[in-house]
Design a protein around this ligand. Structure first.
Ligand code: AMP
Length: 191
């Protein structure tokens, strides 16, 4: 099973990914988490990207693609995965297509979590107080939203045209949303 989860920052992709990953027994792979870990561990990658992330911009495609390709080649990802936060640019979509083609593999579905923007900005600001992420002040959050609109939101059309998009309303409690996600995926995938 190969899935993507997409949606604006703060829509709850990370939380839903963990639930979907557990349900289908596939690793939920978050580029954002990989990058945050690199920053925490002060690896060379972390040092290169910490400023970009703290400002809410996108890590360059070349770096992002290296990270993703190497993660997808780990043994636990051999039979499937759920990618959370990737692809985010048109170039990443093409690179993912090429990676899949190498293995003669294909995506099964793309989950799109939709949400009211002002509500999620409010939710992110609240989460920022609790979690203290490096990219969590108001200016950064607004910038992340803008970058998302410019670069990532248009990618949904690509997957919609391919007939792969499974759109789910992301407003409500975690349980409400995950019930919707799992029901929509079960209907689409037949399992
Ligand atoms: P996330 O946890 O998915 O919201 O990602 C947090 C931050 O990591 C983003 O705001 C970007 O700066 C960076 N990031 C995560 N995934 C990608 C990606 N696929 N391409 C570029 N930057 C990314």
């Amino acid at each position: 099973m190969r899935l993507l989860i997409m949606g604006p920052p703060g829509a709850g992709k990370g939380t839903q990914s963990a639930i979907i990953g557990e349900h289908y027994r596939i690793p939920a792979i978050s580029t954002g988490n990989i990058f945050r870990l690199a920053i925490t561990n002060r690896t060379p990658l972390g040092e290169r990207i910490k400023r970009i992330i703290s400002e809410g911009g996108y890590v360059p495609d070349s770096l992002t693609l290296k990270v993703v390709v190497s993660r997808l080649n780990e043994p636990d990802a051999a039979d499937g995965w759920l990618l959370d936060g990737f692809p985010r640019t048109a170039r990443q979509v093409n690179a993912l297509d090429a990676e899949l083609a190498k293995d003669g593999a294909a995506l099964d579905a793309v989950v799109s979590i939709t949400a009211d923007e002002e509500a999620i900005i409010h939710r992110m600001l609240k989460r920022a107080e609790i979690e203290g992420r490096p990219d969590d002040n108001e200016e950064t959050i607004r910038n992340r939203m803008e970058v998302y609109h410019e670069q990532t939101d248009p990618l949904l059309d690509i997957y919609r045209e391919r007939g792969m998009l499974v759109e789910v309303d992301g407003m409500g409690t975690v349980d409400e949303v995950s019930a919707r996600v799992l029901a929509a995926l079960a209907e689409r995938l037949g399992r």
